[in-house]
Design a protein around this ligand. Structure first.
Ligand code: SF4
Length: 158
């Protein structure tokens, strides 16, 4: 459905960019809708984020993750980590994430910050992160549904 609405979603992005409202006002609306939508969606029935998106990792993430697995950081680096295009950032070397088991994170309590934060809709400055939001409409049903609800709230005419 997100693919079908690809053009419309980009048009809504332009609409939001020009919308006459404070950044905080838009954030408050997004946060409220996000709470409502996420309460109705079972992430373990999907786990698309862990299958499609590569979380961006830093060394602290890798240390914590290794601890959770009970292996050394050097073993973790050698077997599971690749460099990210950004300096001092890393990613898992396989996709889907090799630590996803039956749609659950097998190292959940030690998962990286980026995994904890996904789909990032609780954060401030929604209006400045719309490229990622449109991309994530194809990954995450929460993002897709929040974006659809926003079209109604802001009276967007396709
Ligand atoms: S570390 Fe866990 S939460 Fe993060 S992508 Fe892998 S399976 Fe998903």
């Amino acid at each position: 459905m997100a693919r079908e609405r690809f053009d419309e979603n980009w048009r809504f992005r332009s609409f939001l960019k020009g919308y006459d409202a404070d950044v905080e006002e838009i954030d408050a609306t997004v946060h409220e809708i996000y709470r409502e939508v996420s309460a109705q969606i079972d992430c373990t029935a999907c786990a698309n984020c862990c299958k499609i998106v590569s979380p961006v990792l830093n060394m602290a993430d890798i240390q914590k993750f290794s601890e959770g697995l009970g292996i050394s950081v050097s073993k973790m680096m050698a077997e599971h980590i690749a460099h990210h295009e950004k300096p001092d950032r890393f990613r898992f070397n396989k996709k889907p994430c090799p630590f996803l088991e039956n749609n659950l994170c097998s190292n959940y309590d030690h998962r990286p910050r980026d995994c904890r934060s996904f789909p990032h809709l609780h954060k401030p400055d929604f209006i400045f992160r719309l490229w990622n939001v449109v991309d994530n409409c194809e990954v995450c049903p929460i993002v897709f549904n929040v974006y659809e609800r926003l079209k109604i709230v802001f009276a967007f005419r396709c």
